[in-house]
Design a binder for this molecule. Structure first.
Ligand code: 5GP
Ligand code: ZN
Length: 139
């Protein structure tokens, strides 16, 4: 896609610090380095995000994650890692070419805070919602 930042990185029109490349996937350091070693993994096929992605592209993209994540962990000596994927603006997506973030973690004061509001479980609602989603999965 001509107007896509990550397609331009794939094409070599914009420089990047590459850590892995094969026929279908590219991984490079995120310019903002949320923590040291923050890496993005992208499919070479232009696709907006996971909500738009074919099973085949997902297999290609996600199958590379463990290998690259382990390499980042080994190289940085991180003690853990958040693996994130943002889909659409409300979820924090700012570049609309699908990507997976690898964010190495070093300790409680490494600048990363992730949190969810917890709610009391309502088991009837959970069962109902699970059924609604299950129906959609099988469509
Ligand atoms: P998102 O917010 O869409 O999940 O993540 C997009 C990421 O792309 C951000 O973390 C941002 O720092 C990174 N990014 C934006 N522009 C560039 C760039 O030109 N080069 C690199 N390497 N990363 C970029
Ligand atoms: Zn693209």
């Amino acid at each position: 896609m001509t107007d896509c930042l990550f397609c331009k990185i794939i094409a070599g029109e914009i420089p990047s610090s590459k850590v892995y490349e094969d026929e279908q996937v590219l991984a490079f350091l995120d310019i903002s380095q949320a923590t040291k070693g923050h890496t993005l993994i992208i499919p070479k096929e232009h696709v907006r995000n996971v909500l738009d992605m074919s099973t085949q592209t997902a297999e290609l993209l996600f199958s590379r994650v463990p290998k690259i994540a382990r390499a980042v962990q080994k190289a940085t000596q991180a003690v853990g890692m958040n693996i994130l994927n943002n889909n659409e603006e409300i979820a924090g997506q700012t570049v609309f070419h699908a990507h997976v973030h690898l964010i190495p973690r070093y300790g409680k004061s490494d600048g990363i805070t992730l949190g969810f509001e917890e709610h009391e479980p309502d088991f009837d609602r959970l069962a109902q919602l699970a059924q609604t989603i299950a129906n959609e999965v099988s469509v």
